[in-house]
Ligand binder design. Structure first.
Ligand code: SF4
Length: 233
């Protein structure tokens, strides 16, 4: 088995499971939860979320009018034996405190009408992950009971729309991650590279302390050198 085959197979299985998940079930859960955003703004801060991961369409839109807001996403998945890291996409820049750079002083989004895809579906999600009890299962809402209001009526049409948008986001995220691993698999084979986890972990620890990082960012089938290796402000 090639180095990345196991990861690619796992991602393909996740994508197949996502596509088999009944949209009506997710819409029913969304309606039952009745989440209501009370605009506390906390989901845009480090208190709740480490960074805003961007899909390729988000990146293309930001490149057109705010390219300085793009950063390599934190925690690159791969690092070769020469110390070059590889990450599956871009993230939005953050303030020195770690909050989203687009959050204004009134805790409102400066780009709300054109906010990234993840911000459109949040707090809804549809992926499998371990819960507090360690059991791996589908999760449909981030931060349940920790923000916003609940048990508000949600029209069935609106619940269906939110379910569609959430599934589309999760599928696009998995497809982008799959594209990353497939491209890395080809590049590593072509150039005789190998992933060295220990080197990656050492370099990331040094980066947190201020050392520069040589990082390539996956975007639309290619790896781009990051203009700034800084993943944190
Ligand atoms: S882009 Fe806007 S909605 Fe998304 S995290 Fe930043 S401030 Fe919040």
């Amino acid at each position: 088995m090639q180095p990345f085959d196991r990861r690619i197979a796992a991602l393909e299985a996740e994508l197949a499971a996502l596509r088999a998940y009944p949209r009506e079930r997710l819409a029913g859960i969304i309606a039952e939860i009745g989440f209501f955003c009370d605009q506390c703004g906390r989901c845009c801060t480090r208190e709740y979320n480490d960074h805003v991961f961007l899909l390729e369409d988000d990146v293309d839109r930001l490149r057109a009018d705010a390219p300085d807001l793009l950063r390599p996403a934190p925690d690159p998945e791969l690092c070769d034996q020469h110390g070059r890291c590889y990450v599956s996409g871009y993230a939005l820049a953050t303030t020195p405190a770690g909050d989203c750079v687009l959050l204004d002083e009134h805790r409102r989004c400066r780009r709300y009408a054109d906010r990234p895809a993840i911000c459109r579906v949040y707090p809804y999600m549809l992926h499998r992950e371990p819960g507090a009890d360690g059991r791996v299962d589908w999760r449909q809402l981030a931060g349940l009971g920790e923000h916003g209001d609940y048990h508000r009526p949600v029209a069935i049409d609106e619940a269906a729309r939110l379910a569609d948008e959430t599934i589309a986001y999760e599928a696009a995220f998995l497809e982008q991650t799959l594209g990353f691993y497939r491209a890395a698999s080809g590049l590593f084979a072509l150039e005789g590279l190998r992933h060295v986890q220990k080197r990656r972990d050492e370099l990331l620890r040094a980066h947190v302390r201020g050392a520069p990082l040589d990082v390539m960012v996956y975007h639309r089938g290619q790896f781009e050198p990051a203009e700034s290796g800084a993943m944190r402000e």
